[in-house]
Ligand binder design. Structure first.
Ligand code: C2E
Ligand code: MG
Ligand code: MG
Length: 410
């Protein structure tokens, strides 16, 4: 992330793209421009092309003097833009305009032979409609690429404008109620749609090469500042990383470089990966996570048991923390299948020598139950949802030793 003259972070510059990606971008931009503008504009252009085609044929002396092939232009455009529903009616209108409504010879005032215009109409329908609908199919992939590029551009703009922010959810010691850490969770403060949860944009966010670096840098700076000013000891911050991050070279080096100016030590940073992030390329994921761990960062497996990985995958990963997903905590009743799963997951984390964090604790019964199974740390609405950094700081201050906070159980 480079700095701009105005001091705003510049996330990616046009010049950073390799030439091949730049030319692909031009193609998708042209196709997107052709297909993605409002329907009313396309209808107006098609109508204009029909009128021009008719006018041109008549101006040049009639259908016997000039073959009115230009009628294919509106048919193709309608087909590419609207599919069969657009191409077919336009081909019918073109057949009428280029057929009975156009004289064979304007000067002589002679009509066309019906066989002529009927054959031409048949060509309009078969060739115009077939080709345009075929082209449309082929362009769908380009169109969806265009849409995705537009969403990514919008997200980059939002990041540069400061609309994307981090909220922090406390991780709590379930026995004594201390806040022992925070999970950084991204939010988009959208100018018109309000505060958006990750579910609304995380797929795109993860595709941005710069997004995780931004989250790590921002979270480390915030938590490093809290640690220094509030004198926090043994406080960690967790950041979620994606399969996209694991597939890119250099994450361990970038983490070191991002932490250096913040004063946060690598052991205070926990990187959370989901099963779906590691299944994409297990060897690569295991190697990257091992390198991160060698640098001092701790590694957590998030939402274990809800993705596609098998235990054979899990045993290949270097793990410090197992996070129990809230789907299991939510259904936690004595003797329920969820309780059996939680017993298995806490047992697994013990066997792996990893810590355990239970997510989604919403009531006292759930807190007590996960503690009974040996899980000492947790997060959930019983304690607090994810909140903006300033509110999190207030919670930390309220819970400093001099002023015990609301969750101290002792
Ligand atoms: P996650 O990492 O499993 O985060 C926990 C999610 O559970 C958060 O949802 C949190 O707000 C929610 N949660 C916590 N306690 C409770 C509770 O007691 N009840 C209920 N119903 N929900 C609770 P959120 O913030 O919507 O995040 C959803 C997911 O988005 C995260 O799941 C994570 O996978 C992803 N995500 C969030 N921020 C980032 C990010 O910066 N990078 C990446 N790659 N993924 C992120
Ligand atoms: Mg997480
Ligand atoms: Mg989770």
């Amino acid at each position: 992330m480079a700095g701009s003259p105005a001091g705003r972070p510049v996330l990616v510059r046009e010049g950073d793209l390799v030439p091949e990606r730049r030319s692909n971008r031009h193609i998708t931009r042209i196709v997107g421009g052709l297909l993605a503008h409002p329907p009313a504009v396309s209808v107006a252009v098609v109508a204009l092309l029909l009128v021009l085609s008719f006018g041109l044929t008549v101006a040049l002396g009639g259908a016997h003097r000039v073959a009115p092939h230009w009628f294919y232009a509106p048919i193709l455009l309608a087909g590419v833009r609207f599919g069969l529903a657009g191409a077919f009616p336009v081909a019918a209108v073109a057949t009428l305009l280029a057929g009975p409504l156009t004289p064979g010879d304007v000067e002589a005032g002679t009509p066309q032979d019906p066989t002529d215009w009927l054959v031409r109409g048949l060509f309009f329908v078969i060739i115009g409609v077939g080709v345009s609908v075929g082209i449309r199919q082929a362009l769908q992939a380009v169109l969806s690429e265009h849409r995705s590029q537009r969403r990514l551009t919008e997200l980059r703009r939002a990041m540069a404008a400061g609309e994307v922010e981090l909220h922090y959810q406390p991780v709590v010691d379930l026995e004594d109620g201390r806040i022992v850490g925070a999970e950084a969770l991204v939010r988009w403060n959208h100018p018109t749609r309000g505060l958006l949860p990750p579910a609304d944009f995380i797929e795109d966010f993860e595709q941005l090469d710069e997004s995780t670096d931004w989250v790590i840098g921002r979270a480390a700076a915030t938590v490093g500042d809290w640690k220094e000013r509030l004198g926090l000891d043994h406080f960690h911050v967790a950041v979620n990383i994606s399969g996209h991050d694991l597939g890119r070279a250099g994450l361990p080096e970038r983490v070191q470089a991002l932490l250096a100016p913040t004063g946060l030590s690598p052991s205070d940073l926990c990187l959370e990966v989901t099963e779906s992030a590691v299944v994409q390329d297990l060897d690569e994921a295991a190697a990257t996570l091992a390198a991160l761990r060698l640098g001092g960062t701790t590694i957590a497996i998030d939402d274990l048991g809800t993705g596609h990985a098998t235990l054979a995958y899990v045993q290949r990963l270097p793990l410090d923390v197992v996070k129990i997903d809230r789907t299991f905590t939510a259904e936690l009743l004595p003797g329920s299948p969820s309780e059996a799963i939680i017993a298995a997951l806490t047992g697994l984390s013990r066997q792996l020598g990893a810590d355990c964090i239970a997510e989604g604790i919403e009531n006292e019964d759930q807190r007590a139950a996960v503690v009974r199974h040996g899980c000492r740390r947790g997060q959930g609405f019983l304690f607090s949802p994810a909140v903006p950094a300033d509110r999190f700081e207030q919670m930390l201050i309220a819970r400093l030793p001099a002023s015990p906070g609301p969750w101290t159980t002792s």
